[in-house]
Design a protein around this ligand. Structure first.
Ligand code: ADP
Length: 398
């Protein structure tokens, strides 16, 4: 199966479906977990992804074509009652015209247009009176003339720390392309609040989480719920995030919205960025809350009643990423036995076709009344997972 632009290929898992309930743009781990959450509700999903072996292909039918392929997007939205996203870097103009001709796309491509441009996203939130870091320049100069560190950011396409550079005073701006400059925040901790907005405009929030970053990989390494913050900070974080969902609601937001926040050293909360879809900071809800982010997103975009966001148990999640010196390519997972030896550990592997250094391959969540214990166990469990080159893939499941 080789995708060629203009020639979307349908890779069916099930030949009996003539109309899907949910179309998903993107077949990575988020698309996979959305399809897995839809299954017990008796809902069928179809994903669009350029890779026939994408993470979601094992659990959903797949249209194999680039994410911005107009024909493939047309096929996706006409095959499904509702179409949603797991990634915001697609073709908003194509999707907008499909929406204009009657396709049900949630969140609306208008939301994507606001969010996919990080500068427009920040300005939209700031104009609505929400707290964001100060924008120092809408286009970056070649060299910083500021005397203090500033942050240069790509307007489009950056994720997982790519597209963000802290630039000390007087130094050259390293990022190419369309970029802007904002103040460097003195970060006390990074938080995230997951919120959901339904088709009637009702907004609900899960408990704020702490996000722990791996500064070498520039990735979230761990997520902890509930965040260890004073009640006043918790209340304010939730308030800001709900207000953010209401602002984006005016641009057609329906579904889950992840709001990444900074708590700065003076106790202020600032919005770093938002994502109108399930998010790494919300994987923990699969074990920690009554209704998790994936099922909730499915419910919201299909216009079904929302589930409860109430906390069921404190928990910690650790990402499993391809190790720094990992081989790149096909692999076999080893270490399941050690992970599952902890009866509170929940292992989620994404079934990606290849491992690469730094690539998110899965995560482990541990539950415990003590978040410190949950975190230490989740880290131990995640560290036990390894990816052997598949040539060595012989013998029992390990
Ligand atoms: P990405 O979407 O690529 O993950 P982010 O905007 O979330 O990019 O930034 C990645 C990380 O860079 C943040 O989690 C934070 O640690 C740091 N960062 C981003 N913006 C700022 C800022 N204005 N001040 C200080 N640190 C920042």
């Amino acid at each position: 199966l080789t995708p060629r632009s203009g020639h979307p290929i349908l890779k069916p898992v099930d030949h009996t479906v003539d109309r899907y309930d949910l179309g998903i743009v993107g077949g990575g781990q988020l698309g996979r977990m959305l399809a897995l959450a839809a299954a017990p509700l008796g809902l069928r999903c179809i994903v669009l992804d350029p890779d026939p072996a994408c993470a979601a292909a094992q659990v959903a039918d797949t249209i194999v074509a680039p994410l911005n392929d107009a024909k493939a997007l047309h096929r996706l939205v006409t095959s499904a009652a509702v179409t949603t996203f797991e990634i915001e870097h697609t073709a908003p103009a194509v999707l907008s015209s499909l929406e204009d001709t009657g396709a049900t796309i949630r969140p609306s491509p208008r939301t994507l247009a606001v969010v996919a441009d990080k500068l427009r996203q920040k300005e939209t939130l700031r104009e609505a009176g929400l707290p964001v870091p100060v924008i120092l320049a809408r286009t970056a100069p070649g060299r910083s003339s500021w005397t203090h560190p500033v942050v240069q950011k790509s307007r489009f396409g950056g994720y997982d720390g790519r597209g963000v550079a802290v630039v000390p005073g007087g130094e050259d701006m390293p990022l190419p392309g369309d970029t802007f400059v904002e103040t460097a925040v003195e970060i006390e901790r990074e938080l995230a609040v997951l919120v959901v907005r339904d088709t009637d405009g009702v907004v609900d929030a899960w408990a704020p989480v702490d996000m722990v970053f791996d500064s070498t990989l520039n990735l979230v390494s761990d997520v902890i719920v509930p965040a260890e913050i004073p009640e006043e900070v918790r209340r304010r974080a939730v308030e800001i995030s709900i207000a953010t969902a209401r602002v984006l609601g005016e641009h057609g937001l329906v579904g889950v919205l992840a709001v990444e926040l900074f708590l700065d050293r003076s106790g202020r909360i600032l919005i770093n960025e938002v994502a109108p879809r399930p998010h790494n900071s919300g994987h923990i809800t699969m074990e920690s809350s009554q209704c998790d982010q994936f099922e909730q997103h499915v419910r919201a975009v299909l216009g079904l009643p929302l589930g409860s966001t109430a906390l069921r148990t404190p928990a910690a999640m650790t990402n499993i990423v391809g190790p720094p010196h990992s081989h790149s390519g096909a692999y076999r997972v080893i270490g399941r036995r050690q992970v599952l030896a902890d009866p509170t550990a929940h292992l989620h592997l994404y079934g990606k076709p290849a491992v690469r250094p730094g690539r998110k391959m899965g995560h482990v969540t541990c539950t415990d009344p003590s978040t410190a214990d949950a975190l230490s166990r989740a880290r131990t469990a995640a560290a036990a997972v390894a990816f052997a080159p598949s040539a060595q893939a012989k013998g029992d499941v390990q």
